[in-house]
Design a protein around this ligand. Structure first.
Ligand code: GSH
Length: 220
């Protein structure tokens, strides 16, 4: 049975699920909704009112972490390490990745320079932690892509848009391993297919619409 994702074009959490579907070669359907004006049926399928939702026949899954774990378990070879402790540690870092995404979003909504600088510091400190955690290999666990890599990919993609809006936001020399990892993640063929082609324009539009300090930087 073909799973169906309920999506919102800008959503990085949905994109994690799409990257998992694409990496595993799973045939799927996707339906985009407007989160500002959701269809009436959405509240019936999404208890938290959020995307992603995965429909499996008449069954519903919500929360991106749960959805990617389900897809990983049910389709093909797992993209997690086999060792239970390593697997659990990967899951911990996947949660860390979700926090990085929130940091990125908070940069967009920061109303003034003080709030923006505070979020930037929080983000840089997370990148410091990642720098310390990563080795010299291409991906998080070695030379093969794991679920943890896929889960960070939407964050790094959005970080490039944030950097374009705020040059100097991050410093590759401070985070060489993170930067190399991000380059490897974004070089995956599936990245382009995992989001709508107009994502950069939509993201820039969202940054402007939020009308925070970042929007002022972009207008300057
Ligand atoms: N913890 C959730 C976060 C999902 C999330 O925040 N989705 C956003 C779109 S990117 C959403 O649906 N927001 C609607 C709302 O909060 O009302 C997950 O990982 O699935």
């Amino acid at each position: 049975m073909k799973p169906k994702l309920i999506s919102f074009k800008l959503c990085p959490f949905v994109q994690k699920a799409v990257l998992t579907l694409l990496t595993k070669g799973i045939d799927y359907d996707i339906e985009y909704i407007d989160l500002e004006n959701p269809p009436a049926w959405f509240k019936d399928v999404s208890p938290l009112g959020k995307v992603p939702v995965l429909m499996v026949g008449d069954q519903v899954l919500f929360e991106s972490s749960v959805i990617v774990e389900y897809l990983d378990e049910v389709y093909g070879e797992s993209l997690h390490p086999a060792d239970p402790l390593l697997k659990a540690q990967n899951r911990s870092w996947m949660e860390f990745g979700n926090e990085c995404l929130m940091n990125g979003f908070n940069l967009i909504v920061a109303a003034d320079q003080a709030a923006f600088d505070e979020q930037r510091e929080a983000l840089l400190s997370k990148l410091d932690q990642l720098e310390h955690k990563l080795g010299d290999q291409s991906f998080f666990n070695g030379d093969e892509v794991s679920l943890v890599d896929l889960s960070f990919t939407p964050f790094f993609q959005r970080l490039t848009y944030l950097e374009a809006a705020s040059p100097g936001l991050i410093d590759r020399q401070r985070h060489p391993r993170v930067s190399g990892w991000a380059d490897n993640l974004l070089a995956q063929d599936i990245v382009a297919q995992s989001a709508v082609p107009e994502l950069p324009e939509l993201y820039t539009g969202m940054m402007k619409k939020r009308d925070g300090y970042l929007a002022a930087l972009m207008a300057a």
